[in-house]
Design a protein around this ligand. Sequence first.
Ligand code: HAM
Length: 437
Amino acid sequence: MISKSESKVQKYIKPVRGMKDLIPEKVIIWNIIEKILKNILNSYGYHEIRIPVVEYTNLFKRAIGESTDVIEKETYSFNDRNGRDLTLRPEGTAGCVRASIEHRLLYHHNPRLWYIGPMFRNERPQKGRYRQFHQLGCEVFGDYGPYIDVEILMLNMRWWKALGITKQLRLEINSIGSLKNRINYVNHLVKYLTFYKKKLDKKYHQRIANNPLRLFESKDPYLKEILRNAPTINNYLDKSHVNHFSQVCVLLDKLNISYHINYHLLRGLDYYNNTVFEWKTDKLGTQDAVCSGGRYDYLVEILGGERKPGIGFAVGLERLVALVESVNARYKNSTLNFADIYLINQGTQTVSRLLKLAELIRDGVPEVKVLVDYNNSYKKQLKYARKLSARIVIEINDNVSDDYKGDNLLVNNLKSGKKLSIKWDEVIPYLIKLFHN
Ligand code: HAM
């Protein structure tokens, strides 16, 4: 019996703000795009790795840096029932490096890895910025570059070309040198900013003291104006990093890859050094970075492994899909294929035979979608088959023998309008011919 509380209409529970559902029509588009990306990754020798969504909070603190926005303000951290301090991953590089150390993937060869999945950042949601979003990330280990730096940019270019969005993306690159170079640069930057401190909003004072590099990510026009004349990192790089960066630029020129050097591109995660880059677009509003990455030659060591250089990037899938949809209507208008073959019952006596027929078809022509209607009236079933855009409707005549073999099947081709009656054992050859042509 249904209890009183069960019978009450319950209040609808909304999803968490900044966390979106992907309905089946959207998933189709995501799958098409993901398949293109994965095929190209395969051709560059990358392998998939699956890493947990939850890690110890310390992993992210150590890898990303305690005074970054991500760690200070954006992580979803909690204590589990055993009091462990855990965090929903805000990005995939830290977990990927941890897993590579854990399973000693780094010491037999130089792995090329990719991962895909949800990331979580408690940012203020807006168009293109979500609290749960998805990344496809790649990490390459064991190569100091500069050739690999350029190869991964070529891989990105191949992605954009395959998705028809090359013209909508521009590459910004920079070198942020070594940690030592950065400390020296920060000292000079702070000196410069101290001069303007009184004129600056108080909320920036703490930032100047903690992590002034992050100020370059601000959209505040007044702050931007002040930073326009601030010292730039390129003047604080040592010789080896200057050389590395100029080699990257020479290679990009040779390969006809357009790029824009942005000395203010410093990236929001502390593990980077040397080459950093972002692919940006004008098509998506303020959240314009579609894919970002760079080198992290010290991260393996910082996370307790033996020294191994690394470089990687991650593409934000919500932004990538939005960009692809905005330029390519073919993706936006994709519709669901609900059924290829629709099996219609003529009363409950035929349903068990339809179940058997559906299985037979799934054995013989596994790539087609077969649905059986168990519920509707005969008229409604035909209407429904049309609504689902089924190509073929099959019904079983009722005057049949018990072993099914004698049944006549009435096949109705909704696309051509042709109808024919065939025997049970003729149905598979008929469907193979129809669907394989
Ligand atoms: P990231 O720049 O923080 O880098 O994120 C990479 C991409 O994820 C961004 O370019 C953007 O497209 C997307 N993204 C970031 N936050 C959001 C958000 N709140 N909503 C929607 N999309 C977002 C990393 O995460 C590094 N782990 C990339 C990397 C891999 N570097 C080296 N290896």
